[in-house]
Structures are given as structure tokens and as C-alpha cells.
Design a protein around this ligand. Structure first.
Ligand SMILES: CC[C@@H](C(=O)O)C(=O)SCCNC(=O)CCNC(=O)[C@H](O)C(C)(C)COP(=O)(O)OP(=O)(O)OC[C@H]1O[C@@H](n2cnc3c(N)ncnc32)[C@H](O)[C@@H]1OP(=O)(O)O
Length: 313
């Protein structure tokens, strides 16, 4: 009886696991959006509306090392997201989804500051709740897909990460803070709550008690507090303190290397099983883990390691 129930559950979960696996597969197709017409959302229409608020860019540099750098670039507005930058971001995420050689990603802001959230000029112009929610759906989709990339990602936080900028840091696997930097969910001060998925992700990163404190108090999180609450995973060396440590970007790439060193299929598999464990109910996560395991078992990296009789002292 119990076994039958378990089998039924496994069958059910195996079909949703296939869907999850299909979503994890890299392909050159544009991914299906989180939202559709059933949610009153039309991605193309929203893209057109967002393009009416131009300025800045989101730049992507894919490197031979397998680590890409995504730069939020609008320094005149402290790297605030214009509408066209939101569209740029979604397009760059699509490009990363089909990057088969990728292992890691650094997300940073131009000109030594991270991102000051939505461009307030656009926020003022998009003041109807319906249009606000459409912008939210667009950004939730882009940031959820950013977090789901089969790449290990790190937000390099210099200067300030405010509002939507703070939300963006939570769409990366790790956060590294430069001395003097601040992550602040300022939404409450402007009569808002996060809408780009930042609250849901923050709860998973720091727990609901800390999330309530950070959002409810619009707390300024400096590197020390970041480490204390678990929002920051590391703090960079100050410029000049250790010149050999290199620029903040070099430091972030060095830090990331411990997670990106190794064959692409293995690094991507690590990210996929962790993502499944985070997003799926246990049985489905186990199914996905089995599927991903099947892609590395007996594969070249596995055979090479077995042949070399490696020891792990
Ligand atoms: C949906 C809303 C929510 C979300 O998406 O989740 C948001 O993100 S809302 C936006 C939240 N962000 C803010 O409220 C930031 C407001 N700005 C500031 O607090 C300050 O500008 C700063 C970021 C702390 C920098 O201060 P300072 O070093 O003193 O520089 P300036 O204030 O002179 O800024 C330089 C320049 O940049 C413009 N700026 C900064 N942030 C934004 C922004 N988010 N949108 C538009 N413009 C922004 C600022 O106005 C200055 O421009 P000029 O006035 O033309 O010089």
C-alpha cells in the first residue's frame, strides 16, 4: 500500500522532474517566461513599453576562462535600471542560457558602484499598479532565470546596492562586498516592497527573521553586518591594503575560481543539483539529482579521475 503510494508519487514527480530537467537544459531557444497571458502578461508588449524609457546598458563579456562578467552600466544615475536596461538584462540572460562553455558569472556595476535600483524617472512615469506589476513580472522572470543559470554566480558589490539593486544581488549565488559598500532594501522608505523577487530570495538566504529586519527597517547592510546575517559571503581587500590582491573584479574572479575550477559539465551539474534541492520538493529533487548524476557518471571527467586513482588527503 505504502509502496504503491510511493510509486504513484514517484511517477508524478518524475514527470515534473522531466519538466525541470528540460528547463535546465541549455539551448539556443529563448526560455519560456515565468508568466504568460493567463497572468495577464505579454512579454513582448512589456518589452516594447520598457523600451520607451531608454538610457544606459547591460553589458556582457564572455571570457575563455568560462567566467562571464555582466556589467550594469548607467553611471550618470548610479547604475539605476532604465526600462531599456531591463530589456537588455533579459536578453543577456537569454545569451547566458545558451552558453554551453560557461561555468561562472560575476555581476557588477560600472564606475565602482553596484546599482541604485529602478530609474526613479521611469518609476514615476509607470505609476499605475497594472503597469508596475507588468514591470515586476518582467524583472521577476529575468532575475529568476539569472539565478537558475547553470553557472555559479557572484554579485560584486562596490558602492551601493539599493532597492532593485539589492534585489539583483539576491539573484546571484554569492555576494562579495567591497569595503565601504552597502546593500539596502530601501523600498519601505519609498512606500514599496520588493517586487523583483527580492523578498522571496532574501528569506531563503538570511531566513525570515533577518529578512523581516532588513526589509522592515530598511537596514543599511555594510560588509560586517552582511557577513553576520549571511547576506555577504566574503569581503574584498581594500584598495591599497593588499595591492597584490588586484582590482575588485580580479579579486571576485579569484574568489569564484574555487567553485568554477574543473570541467564544464561537472560545474554545471553541481549548480543543477543544488538548484533542484532549493526549488523542488524532496522527491522531485531526488529525481532530478538522479538525472543529473546520469549525465556525469561514466563521462570523460569521471573516467579520467577513476583512471588516475586520485586520493583526497
Ligand atoms: C520598483 C522600485 C524599486 C525596485 O525596483 O525594486 C526601486 O529600486 S526604486 C529605486 C530605489 N533607489 C533609490 O531610491 C535611490 C535614490 N537615490 C539616492 O538615494 C542617491 O542618489 C544615491 C544613490 C544614494 C547616491 O547619492 P549621491 O552619491 O549623493 O549622488 P546623487 O544623489 O547626486 O546621484 C547621482 C545622480 O544619480 C541619480 N540617481 C541615483 N539613483 C537614481 C535612481 N534610482 N533613479 C534615477 N536617478 C538616480 C541622481 O538623481 C543624480 O542625478 P542628477 O540629479 O541628475 O545629478
Amino acid at each position: 500500500m505504502v509502496l504503491c503510494a510511493l510509486n504513484r508519487q514517484l511517477l508524478r514527480s518524475s514527470s515534473s522532474c522531466c519538466v525541470f530537467m528540460a528547463r535546465l537544459q541549455t539551448s539556443s531557444r529563448r526560455r519560456r517566461c515565468l508568466y504568460s497571458s493567463t497572468h495577464g502578461f505579454n512579454q513582448e508588449e512589456t518589452r516594447q513599453k520598457l523600451r520607451a524609457f531608454p538610457g544606459g546598458s547591460v553589458d556582457l563579456l564572455k571570457q575563455d576562462s568560462g567566467v562571464a562578467v555582466l556589467t550594469i552600466n548607467n553611471p550618470a544615475r548610479m547604475n539605476a535600471f532604465s526600462g531599456s536596461m531591463m530589456v537588455d538584462l533579459e536578453e543577456k540572460v537569454s545569451q547566458l542560457e545558451s552558453w554551453t562553455e560557461g561555468k561562472g558569472l560575476v555581476v557588477r556595476g560600472a564606475a565602482e558602484t553596484f546599482c541604485s535600483g529602478s530609474d526613479l524617472n521611469a518609476v514615476r512615469a509607470i505609476s499605475s499598479p497594472q503597469d508596475g506589476m507588468k514591470m515586476c513580472m518582467f524583472m521577476q522572470d529575468a532575475l529568476t532565470r539569472l539565478l537558475r543559470l547553470p553557472l555559479v554566480s557572484v554579485a560584486l558589490v562596490e558602492g551601493r546596492a539599493l532597492g532593485g539593486g539589492a534585489e539583483l544581488t539576491t539573484a546571484c549565488n554569492f555576494r562579495l562586498m567591497a569595503p565601504g559598500s552597502v546593500i539596502q532594501f530601501v523600498h519601505k522608505h519609498i512606500g514599496l516592497v520588493p517586487g523583483w523577487g527580492g523578498a522571496a530570495r532574501l528569506v531563503r538566504i538570511v531566513g525570515s527573521q533577518n529578512a523581516l529586519k532588513l526589509l522592515g527597517g530598511a537596514v543599511k547592510v555594510d560588509p560586517e553586518r552582511g557577513l553576520y546575517v549571511g547576506l555577504a559571503d566574503g569581503v574584498l581587500e581594500a584598495d591599497g591594503d593588499a595591492p597584490s590582491a588586484g582590482t575588485p573584479l580580479q579579486q571576485a574572479e579569484d574568489w569564484l575560481r574555487r567553485y568554477t575550477e574543473g570541467p564544464v559539465p561537472v560545474i554545471q551539474a553541481v549548480k543543477k543539483v543544488v538548484l533542484a534541492g532549493r526549488e523542488l520538493p524532496l522527491l522531485e529533487a531526488l529525481q532530478t539529482e538522479k538525472e543529473v548524476f546520469g549525465t556525469v557518471w561514466g563521462a570523460p571527467a569521471n573516467l579520467r579521475a577513476l583512471a588516475s586513482k586520485s586520493k583526497h588527503k
